[in-house]
Design a protein around this ligand. Structure first.
Ligand code: GDG
Length: 749
């Protein structure tokens, strides 16, 4: 075995920096033939083009399935493994029957149709899940065997969605990226999948999850919220104490090489020959894997409809449809092919002239030069998938057209549509509209064709597959911010230091949350009343010299007044929207409008009515829906659904939706505990030492708004920006009692 493998595209790598470990279902190398004469042929797809450079430069390894090697005996297979390794490729061997169940059965039989919204094609009793788990485990074994802590692991596509989670368990420190090449479907579709939780959890093992479009990322985050109750934060989510970044990375192509190949003399000659064969007819082109997602049947029907509706095109168009054989052993693909070919036969039977048929159908693949010749020859390119993650063919067509002519008809449901608005965008599900789009493309004036193509060409050229790889790698290389500000285990020591600082403070200001911080949660909010011992403790602390105590709570003014107005405390109600001054009047920094409340109230009332045990708390500038007493699973499910509904219906309003502990709140934007920091800033001396205590998301707003040097205490084990962490509300009381004792001693000494 060579000690220094050279990479499947040649070239030795830089051994010093972190290595790039690429993982995909298939290795980008085909093994042709058997025995000692077997050829190892590198593939030439867009992904390989983009990744082969970084694979070589970053001393990479590519881990994947080499295909069925059952024709080799043990020795022959070993020899292939060694030759693969010499190309820096690591084979994951999967026994043929298992591979079939994993790949054809589950990946392509269940995930592929479902992620492309073709729910009816998912078998009623899907099989292969256990094989999917096992094969993902096999991949995990291979990665663990070859990767080290400093490496970057980049996993590709839907066949390996469990792998990030499996690796995270076995390599907690690993840097893992995942890219989904196909659409992530709407949560309404995704949640029909029996294994939805496992797949989401699997993906969340990654540090970075990439999608082609913002829409896919949005569907993913909505699924996280609905299915796992995880709330996204723009471009990241927090889960089990980790931060997972999400990113949109629209895949590009190597536009320069398509432009170059498309301009070569023999390619141009071939393009001319194709045009001559059309005898002056307008040339339409389709290039697709033969897959039911690509919209081939409806495309044919649209051609038929065009010829029927607009007879002037009969004999004047020629539609070349290249179908590349794909997944031929899968029954669904076999029957789809039959259906398509019958349709082609019917159309040709009906509309062929003495000079030729309207549809020129090819079921095979062509060389890269022939492909470029076809792109060059076409008047109109039809890319009309029912759904497509991206669709590279659309981009290749545009890149090849250095002559500046040609029209692209593009499905709204291809990821590429979000970057290629200058194409003729169309709805492939509507055969009439599709026929009109084709007609429009055929008649488009040259100036319009050229101006649209010029913009598209420049955009495709400037966003290449190399940029795609570089931006994903840069995001993966970037440090993921840790959601935990401190190490929980370090707390006891840090806590002792903190007590010393607070005990010795010249001026001490304590900001205390109420529920979950000073008192434990009660089944009903009004039952969580402060015990006499707590009131006494607060009163004693507040009457010490140079010590002021603020209660900063989400509770309404009346509640805080009822329980604390007789003590020398400052009170902040409704997450500090209202502050009670020394003159005992309440005022707000915000102008509190409540016109919106009447529209939102019925939504909450509906959820109170349908969720036994839940209740609505009304505040001056918001509502809080408490579901602590609801049946736990049902309560969580309803809360997720309500949240999704509120996010969608209140998007344009100056309101915020927040999830607390078993409570969902809508409140006026800006009405956060950060206001308490603002209300305090004038009153606080420069010598003051501040400490804030709180247990939930609302307290994080306060922690963030306080001046640097403030000590903050998070109660519980959620991600926090606090400087310290306390295990529970009893520990808060313990800290306050210690503080009282220290400061008393200090003032009596
Ligand atoms: C998945 C997602 C996403 C086709 N026929 C020939 C040939 N091809 C090449 C094309 C193109 C590629 O195959 C097809 O790529 P697509 O992007 O169109 O579609 P999928 O294979 O379904 O790929 C897709 C992609 O992943 C990348 O993320 O865009 O949405 O489904 O490059 O040129 N190449 C040659 N001869 C042929 O006959 N040489």
């Amino acid at each position: 075995m060579p000690t220094q493998p050279s990479g499947f595209e040649g070239g030795a790598g830089d051994l010093s920096s972190s290595r790039l470990i690429l993982v995909s279902n298939r290795l980008p190398i085909s093994i042709v033939g058997s025995g000692e004469d077997a050829q190892l042929v590198p593939s030439s797809g867009g992904l390989v083009t983009g990744l082969s450079g970084p694979h070589a430069r970053r001393n990479g390894l590519w881990i994947g399935w080499p295909g069925d090697l059952s024709v080799f005996d043990e020795r022959g297979r070993k020899a292939v493994d060694e030759r693969l390794f010499a190309m820096r490729a690591v084979p994951v061997h999967i026994e043929a029957a298992e591979a079939k169940r994993f790949y054809e059965g589950f990946s392509n039989g269940v995930l592929w149709p479902l992620f492309h919204y073709l729910v009816d094609r998912v078998p009623p009793q899907p099989r292969g899940w256990d094989d999917y788990v096992r094969v993902n485990e096999r991949f995990a074994d291979a990665v663990v065997k070859h990767a080290s802590g400093n490496d970057r692991i980049w996993i590709h596509d839907y066949q390996l969605m469990l792998l990030p989670g499996m690796l995270r368990e076995r390599m907690p420190e690993a840097r893992i990226g995942f890219f989904l090449h196909i659409p992530f479907p709407s949560s309404e579709v995704f949640r029909t999948l029996p294994w939805r939780e496992r797949l989401l959890e699997g993906l969340l093992g990654a540090d970075l999850i990439g999608f082609h479009t913002f829409a896919y990322q949005g569907h993913f985050t909505t699924s996280l919220l609905r299915i796992l109750g995880i709330e996204p934060e723009v471009d990241r989510v927090h889960h089990h104490g980790r931060t997972i970044r999400l990113g949109v990375f629209p895949m590009g192509i190597d536009g320069d090489s398509f432009a170059k190949l498309g301009a070569e003399p023999d390619v141009l000659a071939e393009a001319r020959a194709v045009r001559d064969a059309s005898g002056g007819a307008k040339l339409l082109l389709g290039v697709d894997r033969l897959d039911y997602t690509k919209g081939l049947l409806r495309r044919m029907l649209a051609i038929e409809r065009l010829l029927e509706r607009e007879p002037e095109w009969r004999g004047k168009i020629r539609f070349v449809q290249l179908c590349v054989p794909s997944r031929e052993s899968v029954d669904d693909y076999k029957s789809f092919r039959r259906e398509l070919e019958q349709c082609v036969g019917r159309i040709n039977g009906k509309y062929a002239t003495l000079h030729g048929p309207p549809v020129h159908y090819l079921y095979r693949s062509v060389s890269q030069s022939e492909l470029c010749a076809l792109y060059r020859a076409a008047d109109v390119m039809l890319v009309t998938p029912l759904r497509d993650g991206m669709n590279l063919v659309a981009k290749e067509f545009v890149a090849t057209r250095t002559d500046g002519d040609g029209v692209l008809v593009l499905s709204e449901f291809a990821g590429a549509a979000s970057e290629m608005g200058e194409a003729v965008l169309t709805n492939p599900y509507d055969v009439e509209v599709l026929a009109s789009s084709i007609s429009r493309a055929l008649q488009m004036p040259e100036t319009e064709r050229r101006s649209r193509m010029a913009v598209l060409h420049e955009r495709v050229r400037s966003r290449s597959v190399h940029d795609w790889v570089a931006s994903f790698m840069a995001a993966l290389d970037a440090e993921t911010p840790s959601p935990n500000a401190i190490d929980v285990r370090a707390c006891p020591v840090a806590l002792a230091d903190a007590l010393e600082i607070l005990g010795a403070a010249q001026d001490l200001v304590l900001l205390l949350d109420y529920d979950g911080t000073l008192v434990p949660f009660a089944p009903l909010p009004e039952l969580a009343v402060p015990p006499a011992s707590l009131r006494l403790l607060l009163a004693e602390l507040a009457t010490l010299p140079a010590t002021s105590i603020h209660i900063v709570s989400g509770r309404p003014m009346a509640f805080l007044e009822r329980h604390f107005s007789d003590l020398p405390l400052r009170l902040h109600a409704e997450h500090a929207l209202w502050s009670r001054g020394p003159d005992e009047t309440w005022s707000s920094e915000l102008s509190v409008s409540d016109g919106w409340k009447e529209r939102v109230r019925p939504i909450f009332e509906e959820y109170v009515a349908r969720t036994p045990g839940s209740l609505l708390e009304e505040k001056t500038a918001g509502f809080a829906w408490h579901y602590r007493r609801a049946e736990p699973e049902f309560g969580v499910m309803q809360a997720r659904e309500l949240r999704v509904h509120l996010v969608q219906s209140l998007a344009q309003q100056p309101l915020e939706i927040m999830t607390g502990d078993k409570v969902l709140e809508v409140r006026l934007q800006g009405a956060s505990k950060a206001l308490a920091a603002r209300a305090l800033s004038a009153a606080i001396t420069r010598r003051a030492t501040i400490a804030a205590f709180g247990d939930d998301r609302t307290d994080e707003d306060l922690f963030a708004a306080l001046p640097s040097g403030t000590l903050s205490f998070h109660i519980g084990d959620r991600p926090t920006r606090a400087t310290h962490r306390l295990r529970g509300q009893e520990e808060v009381i313990w800290v306050l009692e210690r503080l009282l004792a220290i400061r008393r001693r200090r003032h009596t000494d």
